[in-house]
Write a protein that binds this ligand. Structure first.
Ligand code: NAD
Ligand code: AHE
Ligand code: ZN
Length: 375
């Protein structure tokens, strides 16, 4: 069938909106009509050429929501008409990783996903006979896409696609990093580096968890007001403190009895390895945990003095907020529908597919929190 898609032809080039061809679902696959998709910084990261796994030409996008319109042989868990959110972290419930209960990183289809193809090793997308790669197993920058059955979460039908698409990455990643990965406790002191589409969800997750002190760090002063809206208690712009950032932050967290200082939890939501080091070193001696969420370019490496770890600080990473998609995503949709979490104010811009490149311009200019394409 013909579908409308934004094609990433080559690294560093704008997406080309055109008609491409999509084959129907094979065994274990579903055809989904995508109704809305967010644009995450990770899409920009891959499009820029910084992603060592980046493949071109490809149909990017991994933050969508839509309706199942056809299923391949053997599909049992969803049916035509079901509302779903595509999962770049699937949940097969059978692989050693799923069965371990220690991680959300299902390994059932990770190899083919990284190779830009479906689990049978072929692509469903083509353009005038030329193969197009799938992206993160989702390819939501198209009005129809094919997904493995294990990579869709069935959600309630009254949830608006143009809002809950954000649960497909940003919301779940930020809130999940707090709840699933860090397991933040009430009364905690936390620092969030980068107050964008992910960092603001970390902030709202920290408020949900009952953190007392939530320090936001960003180079963009406009992010102060944004952070405060979701529970941030203090804001720091590293360019305006007139000294080193780590001691400044550590000082802010000192209280009467505890003159060592440092945060109980820090979160990198920038993808900058210098910031990742600062985030670790701003943790409290003995127990502070630093969670890396940001994705760094090919070749980048993190560094610190091993002493930082010897003295009890812990470095952790998280993908998709540690969430098990088919199980956790429908619950997060319920939290939104019940008013427990906010999404609407963070969706600052919407646009039709032909204008998708504007979403990247807005991100580069620091003007958007989340842009959403509505099909
Ligand atoms: P974004 O562009 O919306 O926000 C980034 C924010 O960081 C901006 O507010 C920017 O001003 C700020 N920033 C940039 N450099 C900074 C610095 N040196 N110090 C302080 N602040 C700085 O991006 P996003 O969509 O929120 O994504 C953030 C990161 O998270 C990206 O690297 C993205 O690829 C990654 N990500 C990871 C996961 C995961 O599962 N681990 C999921 C989604 C996104
Ligand atoms: N391909 C990149 C890694 C990108 C990455 O880490 N992606 C995260 C999700 S970011 C969503 O916005 C992820 O899920 N990681 C786990 C995994 O298996 O990829 C690179 O650097 O190679
Ligand atoms: Zn993302």
């Amino acid at each position: 069938m013909d579908v409308r898609a934004a094609v990433a032809i080559a690294a560093g080039k704008p997406l080309e909106v055109t008609t491409v061809q999509l084959d129907g679902p094979k065994a274990g696959e579903v055809l989904v009509e995508i109704r809305a998709t967010g644009i995450c910084h990770t899409d920009e990261f891959t499009l820029s050429g910084a992603d060592p796994e980046g493949l071109f030409p490809a149909i990017l996008g991994h933050e969508g929501a839509g309706v199942v319109v056809d299923v391949g042989p053997g599909v049992t868990s969803v049916k035509e008409g079901d509302h779903v959110i595509p999962l770049y972290t699937p949940e097969c419930r059978q692989c050693p990783s799923c069965l371990s209960r220690k991680t959300n990183l299902c390994t059932a289809i990770r190899v083919t996903q990284g190779a830009g193809v479906m689990p049978d090793g072929t692509s469903r997308f083509s353009l005038n006979g030329q193969k197009l790669h799938h992206y993160m197993g989702c390819s939501t920058f198209a009005n129809f896409t094919v997904l493995p059955e294990i990579a869709v979460a069935k959600i309630r039908e009254d949830a608006p696609f143009d809002k809950v698409c954000y649960i497909g990455c940003g919301v779940t990643t930020g809130i999940g990093a707090v709840i699933n990965t860090a397991k933040v406790e009430p009364g905690a002191k936390a620092i969030v580096f980068g107050l964008g589409g992910i960092g603001l969800n970390v902030v709202q997750g920290l408020r949900l968890a009952g953190a007392d002190m939530i320090i936001g760090v960003d180079l963009n002063n406009a992010r102060k007001e944004w952070g405060e809206r979701f529970g941030m208690t203090h804001f720091v712009n590293p360019k305006e403190i007139g000294g080193d950032l780590v001691p400044h932050l550590v000082n802010m967290t000192k209280t009467g009895a505890d003159q060592i200082g440092g945060a109980d939890y820090t979160f990198d939501c920038t993808g900058n390895v210098t910031v990742m080091r600062q985030a670790l070193e701003a943790c409290h001696r003995g127990w502070g945990q630093s969670i890396i969420i940001g994705v760094a370019p090919a070749g980048a490496e993190v560094a610190t003095r091993p002493f930082q770890l010897v003295t009890g600080r812990v470095w952790k990473g998280t993908a998709f907020g540690g969430a098990r998609g088919r199980t956790d995503v429908p619950r997060i949709v319920d939290w939104y529908m019940d008013g427990k979490i906010q999404i609407d104010p963070m969706i600052t811009h919407t646009m039709p597919l032909p204008d998708i490149n504007k979403a990247f311009d807005l991100m580069h200019a620091g003007e958007s929190i989340r842009s959403v394409v509505i099909f």
